[in-house]
Design a protein around this ligand. Structure first.
Ligand code: GAL
Length: 952
């Protein structure tokens, strides 16, 4: 005998039962609605059927239950704990079965109808997102159950409503058959995490409607037709349009693009309801093997956006969604892939309004099946196809009226199979006006674009040149990287090199950086928690913190770099030539929204500035613009340069007037290297050697002080706390330098003293720097000279033995007893490394030791400033010959390396300063390729100098 429990629906492959057909989503109409967000009664059970369903009955006493906020996730509100896995299912893979241990949250909300709620008409209850499976009762009546966490579900409930004392009961299961379709790389966060709304549906109200608004770039006309399940009229006053639904009209319009997000306000009026419309006219097509909008090929400068808030998880408030879009626009980002599910619908309204191209991705990922060679993958098993089609329909129907959505994505990392083809076919039949994306099928059977993730530069270039193989179909398709430049920790490196390729080859239509924001969870002891911090038995650590924003939405250096690399204006020229070639790199807008400025710096300080007249160049056009006469050279010489900026000429919806969108610098006269005449002589005492302002230990040759400034432990340093990109991803079989460096002992170099010599004007200290167990090393000689006031150190390094790896860094490090303010002339204001230095602007900068740190959620090498000519801190001025990389922190590299969270780092009694001659590149090997060979710091003979002066 077998029996079915009341929770059988949980493990049923079907999408659910009882819900209304999906339809277009709109924020508001003149029909009444009642938000059921707020505080709900809550009870957590360990299994799906631990409790019967009597809790759903009116009169059931929930007085002693806990309370949770809806929208929200119960695991972020003190009940249970979140789990982070990348692609492994955190339960045995036996589809569609799920574990008996299935945290189940019973939610109850009591509500009265407002006094003005109409007595007639129907009503619909809408859930915008519940993870992962819910069963719903209203006033004790079971109205259905559903799966599809990030998709809306509506139920007809008018017949059950009472004026007062309504009881809405929702049972939410963390695991369900649907979980197999939702294996995205993110936290598993059960709960009712999007809005719950009761909508009055008057007689003759709007049901589903489809706004078709195309643009003919040849005639300049737009064609509008609104199909509606309920007949009515469509008015667009600005265009003088008053049409019946189903009727079309063609009129001259301004088109919608992400650069020029022109929307026309309209109204769809049926007998019972008026729904505001925001109409954008645009046409998306695949033509000449390119993705074109309004007849022009577009270049995506995109990001992958997961919904994230460090306290509320995927329950985002409107302000946070707006902040995301504003931050994207302010950083020159023009596109977003809604990885890996349809976002809160209000986010797409913002994309329409402020202008972003959107790849709207379905809530589908079955990545964990890769562990079993994709056997039993639901997307290749007909039993699951209804669930897949349900998901496709819920996405398309909900979001089809957004001009910003230019592509539908079938999902992410779900292998290949007939289910995907069924989704694509259904989507094409329903909406032929957009293209279809999916990365997981290399043959592009179902797609209109060849999409890849993390392809290395060389491969991207081959694809750009059409030299890749692949199916006949694929070879005719445009290429995008739906994910690239893995922004985990310090990085991503190599962005500029990718962008050069994207701009050079027509077939390459850009990419989407992985990803927008770190999914760190605010934690009282750890700062931000990541995988494993909640005791998960399986987890993927800080792989969940791989965004361009820190969890609190502070931009990381990676975002500053991306902004620079994708800026919409190009400047080419050389300072001497007196002209600069300005190129409009946009696809649609001319340059009339921008004003241009020049300034001229002497030794990093602006001597003169003014505005630059630039014609309102058409998209892709360029012009040679004359710079003013440079000011007369300073009698003492000095380094000079031009800085040119493009700024917003007027306030926009996303940034104020003066906001910098693009800039460039052109050197005019080069820097003179610091010179120190070696006039002082080292004087050997009993236990000290003095040389000019400096004192050294006579036995070891170690520097002790420069004037009154104590300096200790100055020596060659090659170690950096490996970045996530140095470490690479565990599954990669390519060379990963972080682990190799550690295996070879670069973090435990020994310094053997060979000689301390005073001869003539020089104190020479000879050493050999090498790790235990290996024969390779660095013969290192320190030569000290002085003119009596200034102290010069020249370091020569000669590699010995078989060096098979590049060096993490090469320079000196030392400790100062105190330092706070830091001033420098060089690259700033932010961090930079060899392949992340596009945004580093040469100038005079000021910061503090604390503010120089970049707070990567998992501590690692950070905070270097590039191209430093001189720096002042802790009572010393240091000049470099050549320029150097500056790092200063209140802990050692070893402490930084050992820390797992920011809260592990405590200031010690010293400030550790690194002056580096070289740094190894960053790359993005935490998921993609390592640094390009040009950014390797090879173990080669090197010589570099620093001049120290006490600043008093
Ligand atoms: C991709 C995947 C993303 C994320 C990323 C690594 O394979 O699509 O969801 O896991 O790698 O952070």
């Amino acid at each position: 005998m077998s029996f079915r429990t009341t929770a059988d629906y949980v493990e049923d492959v079907s999408p659910g039962g009882g819900a209304l057909p999906p339809r277009a989503w709109y924020a508001a109409s003149d029909a009444k609605s009642l938000s059921l967000n707020g505080s709900w009664r809550f009870r957590l059970s360990a299994t799906a059927d631990a409790e019967d369903d009597t809790f759903a009955e009116p009169g059931h006493d929930t007085g002693d239950w806990a309370e949770v906020t809806v929208p929200g996730h119960w695991v972020l509100q003190g009940h249970g704990a979140p789990i982070y896995t990348n692609h492994l299912y955190p339960f045995p893979v036996d589809p569609p079965r799920v574990p008996t241990e299935n945290p189940t949250g019973d939610h109850v909300r009591h509500f009265d109808l407002p006094a003005d709620w109409p007595a007639d008409g129907a009503a619909v209850l809408r859930f915008d997102g519940v993870e992962s499976c819910a069963r719903v009762w209203l006033n004790g009546t079971d109205i259905g159950e559903f799966k599809g966490s990030r998709l809306p579900h509506e139920f007809a409930v008018g017949h059950l409503l009472r004026p007062a004392g309504n009881v809405l009961a929702v049972r939410v299961h963390q695991w369900s058959a649907g979980s197999y379709l939702e294996d995205q790389d993110q936290w598993w966060l059960p709960g009712i995490f999007r809005d719950v709304t009761l909508l009055h549906r008057p007689a003759g109200c709007v049901l589903d409607f489809f706004v078709h608004a195309s643009y003919d770039h040849v005639s300049g006309e737009g064609t509008l037709r609104v199909d509606s399940d309920t007949d009515g009229r469509v008015t667009v006053p600005e265009l003088d349009l008053d049409l019946a639904t189903g009727e079309s009209a063609t009129v001259p319009v301004e088109p919608w693009t992400a650069e020029t997000p022109r929307l026309y306000d309209g109204v769809l009026a049926t007998e019972g309801e008026r729904v505001p419309l925001r109409i954008g006219f645009r046409t998306v097509e695949l033509s000449d093997g390119l993705i074109k909008v309004n007849g022009t090929a577009v270049l995506f400068k995109g990001v992958n956006r997961h919904e994230w808030h460090p306290e509320r998880g995927r329950a985002l408030d409107p302000e946070t969604m707006r902040e995301d879009v504003l931050l994207m626009k302010r950083h020159n980002i023009n596109a977003v892939r809604t990885s890996h599910y349809p976002p809160h619908p209000a986010f797409l309204d913002l994309c329409d309004e402020l202008g972003l191209w959107v790849i709207d991705e379905c809530d589908l990922e079955t990545h964990g099946f890769t562990e079993q060679g994709w056997r039993d993958n639901p997307v290749d098993d007909d039993r699951w196809t209804p669930a897949l089609l349900d998901r496709a329909a819920r996405m398309v129907e909900r979001d089809k009226n957004h001009p910003s959505v230019v592509m539908w994505s079938l999902g992410n990392e779900a292998g290949t199979g007939r289910g995907l083809t069924a989704m694509a076919e259904w989507i094409r039949g329903r909406d032929a006006s957009r293209l279809i994306h999916y990365e997981g099928d290399l043959d592009c059977r179902d797609t209109d674009v060849y999409s890849r993730m993390y392809a290395a530069h060389a491969e991207v270039e081959r694809i750009g040149r059409g030299l890749d193989g692949g199916t006949h179909k694929r070879r005719a398709l445009p290429f995008i990287q739906c994910e690239y430049a893995h922004a985990m920790g310090n990085g991503p490196g190599g962005l500029a090199d990718y962008q050069r390729l994207f701009e050079a080859y027509e077939r390459l239509q850009g990419g989407f950086v992985w990803e927008w924001i770190d999914h760190g969870i605010r934690h009282p002891e750890l700062g931000y928690a990541y995988g494993g911090d909640f005791g998960e038995e399986l987890h993927d650590g800080n792989f969940v913190c791989d965004g361009l924003l820190f969890p609190d939405r502070t931009p990381s250096p990676g975002l500053a770099e991306y902004k620079k690399v994708i800026e919409p204006v190009g400047f080419d020229g050389d300072g001497d030539g007196g002209t600069v070639r300005i190129t409009n790199k946009q696809d649609f807008a001319d340059l009339s929204a921008l004003a241009f400025e020049w300034s001229y710096q002497v030794e990093g300080e602006t001597a003169e500035s003014g505005s630059l007249a630039v014609p309102p160049l058409a998209p892709r056009a360029s012009a040679e613009v004359k710079l003013p006469e440079p000011p007369a050279p300073h009698p003492d010489g000095g380094e000079t340069q031009w800085t040119v900026r493009a700024v917003l000429a007027a306030d926009t919806a996303w940034a104020p007037r003066g906001h910098v969108v693009a800039w460039s610098q052109f050197p005019v006269t080069a820097r003179q290297a610091p010179a120190v005449a070696a006039t002082a002589r080292p004087v050997r005492g009993a236990d000290r050697i003095t040389l000019g302002p400096a004192a050294f230990d006579a036995r070891t040759g170690a520097l002790l002080s420069i004037g009154a400034v104590a300096v200790r432990d100055l020596r060659l340093d090659v170690w950096r706390a490996p970045t996530d990109n140095d470490d690479g991803a565990s599954w990669q079989d390519d060379v990963r330098h972080g682990p190799l460096w550690r295996r070879l002992g670069l973090h435990r170099m020994r310094h053997r003293l060979d000689a301390v010599e005073t001869a003539g004007d020089t104190l020479t200290v000879r050493t050999r720097v090498a790790p235990a167990a290996w024969e390779f090393g660095l013969a290192t000689v320190y030569r000290w000279t002085s003119d009596g006031t200034r102290l010069k150190l020249t370091v020569s390094v000669v590699p010995e033995g078989d060096w098979t790896v590049p060096l993490p860094r090469l320079g000196v490090r030392f400790a100062l007893s105190a330092a706070d303010e830091v001033r420098w002339f060089g690259g700033g204001p932010g961090e930079a490394y060899p392949d992340t230095r596009a945004a580093s602007m040469t100038g005079r900068w000021r910061s503090t030791v604390d503010a120089l740190q970049t707070p990567y959620v998992r501590p690692q090498e950070n905070g270097a400033r590039a191209g430093v000519r001189w720096a002042e801190l802790g009572g010393l001025r240091v000049e470099g010959d050549p320029e150097f990389w500056l790092t200063a922190r209140r802990w050692t590299t070893e402490q930084l390396d050992a820390a797992r969270h920011l809260t592990d780092l405590a200031p010690g009694d010293a400030v550790w300063v690194n002056l580096d001659h070289g740094q190894h590149g960053i790359g993005s090997q935490s998921c993609g390729p390592g640094p390009l060979p040009g950014y390797f710091l090879r173990a080669e003979p090197a010589e570099f100098s620093f001049v120290f002066t006490e600043t008093g």
